[in-house]
Write a protein that binds this ligand. Sequence first.
Ligand SMILES: *[C@@H]1O[C@H](CO)[C@@H](O)[C@H](O)[C@H]1NC(C)=O
Ligand SMILES: *[C@@H]1O[C@H](CO)[C@@H](O)[C@H](O)[C@H]1NC(C)=O
Ligand SMILES: *[C@@H]1O[C@H](CO)[C@@H](O)[C@H](O)[C@H]1NC(C)=O
Ligand SMILES: *[C@@H]1O[C@H](CO)[C@@H](O)[C@H](O)[C@H]1NC(C)=O
Ligand SMILES: *[C@@H]1O[C@H](CO)[C@@H](O)[C@H](O)[C@H]1NC(C)=O
Ligand SMILES: *[C@@H]1O[C@H](CO)[C@@H](O)[C@H](O)[C@H]1NC(C)=O
Ligand SMILES: *[C@@H]1O[C@H](CO)[C@@H](O)[C@H](O)[C@H]1NC(C)=O
Ligand SMILES: *[C@@H]1O[C@H](CO)[C@@H](O)[C@H](O)[C@H]1NC(C)=O
Length: 496
Amino acid sequence: MVAPALPFLLFLSLISNSASSPLQSHDEGFISAVVSEKGLVFVKDLLVDQAVKSLTPLRLPDIDKSVKIPLIGSVHVSISNITLYRINVSSSTIRLGDAGIAIVASGANASLSMQWRYSYSTWVLVPIELFDEGSAFVQVEGMEVDLTIRMENQGGALALNATQCSCNMEDMTIKLDGGASWFYQGFVIAFDDHIRSAVETAITKKITEGIRKLGSLLRALPKEIDFGGIAALNVTFVDDPVIGNSSIGFDIDGLFVPSNSEIVSSYLYGESHDLVYSVHCRDPSKMLGISVDEAVFNSASMVLFEEGLFHWIVDKVPDQSLLNTASWKYIIPQLYRRYPNDEMQLNVSLASHPSIKVTSKNIVAIVFSDVIIEVLDGDEAIPVACISVDFSVSGVAGISKDNKIVSKAVLKDFSLTLKWSKIGNFHMFLVQGVMRIFLHTVVMPCLNSHLSKGFPVPVIRGLAIENAQILTSSSTIVLCFDVAFANSGNFTDVSS
Ligand SMILES: *[C@@H]1O[C@H](CO)[C@@H](O)[C@H](O)[C@H]1NC(C)=O
Ligand SMILES: *[C@@H]1O[C@H](CO)[C@@H](O)[C@H](O)[C@H]1NC(C)=O
Ligand SMILES: *[C@@H]1O[C@H](CO)[C@@H](O)[C@H](O)[C@H]1NC(C)=O
Ligand SMILES: *[C@@H]1O[C@H](CO)[C@@H](O)[C@H](O)[C@H]1NC(C)=O
Ligand SMILES: *[C@@H]1O[C@H](CO)[C@@H](O)[C@H](O)[C@H]1NC(C)=O
Ligand SMILES: *[C@@H]1O[C@H](CO)[C@@H](O)[C@H](O)[C@H]1NC(C)=O
Ligand SMILES: *[C@@H]1O[C@H](CO)[C@@H](O)[C@H](O)[C@H]1NC(C)=O
Ligand SMILES: *[C@@H]1O[C@H](CO)[C@@H](O)[C@H](O)[C@H]1NC(C)=O
């Protein structure tokens, strides 16, 4: 059985490919993501939607007040259970600038309900306490909410700050159920400003709080994404987001490290590359573009190699007779002579990490392997010879109908060198044919069965990717796609 690590690696190598280069400390990212204007509009709509959901219903503080009413005198009024229960937003915009990200929701209407109660004393021979109570509805029109968010890198995580948040309303209509008509006028005069500012303050506070929550959510995002307890993708942000005219770019480290990070960055490497924020989607209307440098795939390849995952025993092949010395009778006569009619197995290991290179045409992986031929004698496996098999495969990455990254690899070429032998020298051109069969019938089918299953593009739960495109350029793979709700409107409330 071929260990699953090889296909994983080769898969990675197929969707990328690079030459080794000296290791060096890296302070630049190898994965860049750019959210386009269309993507920003999606995020803005999502935020406004979440804000409206988190704002309704909203309970505002009670108000107690003494009001002077002509002919009646001083009336004590309390308004309680002030509830903002509906907000409609007619339009919203997002703008990027030096101050940060500005989101404006305008033309919003809001509805509030409340209970009122008044009491006052009057004299009819003796003082009498009079009171009444009822409910009131307030309709707010032309409300505008203005929010500016700054986003920066704090220790590798994204930090959000609401640097400015305001709420202003144009008109307010108050409707009282019950109550004397003298009270209505007094109520409106005394409470209009109060209600107005209570609503504005509450909305501002709630939105600022929401941004803070969103900020802690972002800060709490893992800095590493684990892959099977073997390798982890370092998703640390390496610098501040770059705010463009109509897009935001993020640069993350993007290299694989071992899951148990005792073996640290010794084999993280970076070549100088000019990838930062240069994500170019063929179709600029895609919401999100992600470019992945070939160094990412090479780092995965190195981790898997260092973790010792690249060796396996091949004892089953489609043509099982190949694993009997009888088949080798005329190829390596001395093998057959020494071990006639014995079963064999191949002990395959990689001599170094596969190297992956991405070009504008395809992705190439170069694999350096050592194949030890072992003869099975009873319970014993006797190594008889070792052949270095260096081969390269190439493939083109594509997107399947269900939006997974898939590929199909073909064997490009291979070369053989005899490393050592206990059965004397033999010419490599003799074993070439058998090796070709081995590569074509064992290695490639196994690799392709993994590649065809595909690799899902990770997305936030509740969202799905759509209309994905993949293209390769010199040293990077660029993935461009749109994002949509997986099942309409069932996105988990991020602010709660
Ligand atoms: C407060 O207002 C809400 C919404 O109008 C209503 O459902 C609730 O019954 C009220 N509570 C009291 C104590 O009046
Ligand atoms: C707000 O109310 C005004 C007046 O009733 C109406 O014309 C407008 O369409 C409303 N806007 C929304 C978003 O409901
Ligand atoms: C919001 O819109 C709904 C339907 O579009 C309407 O029934 C409701 O009255 C509106 N509310 C406000 C506060 O404008
Ligand atoms: C955000 O606010 C925190 C705390 O008030 C502050 O430490 C930080 O520097 C602010 N960041 C920005 C970008 O304003
Ligand atoms: C951003 O807009 C300004 C002025 O509108 C323009 O001079 C600048 O080249 C633009 N930058 C980019 C990256 O498009
Ligand atoms: C992850 O990347 C950051 C930024 O490049 C780096 O400082 C950090 O050491 C990396 N983490 C590991 C475990 O290598
Ligand atoms: C395979 O070869 C390696 C040396 O490359 C050796 O350590 C290992 O024991 C061999 N495995 C088997 C099952 O023969
Ligand atoms: C929303 O998600 C929940 C839990 O995941 C599920 O139970 C519910 O059926 C979904 N609703 C819709 C409309 O898809």
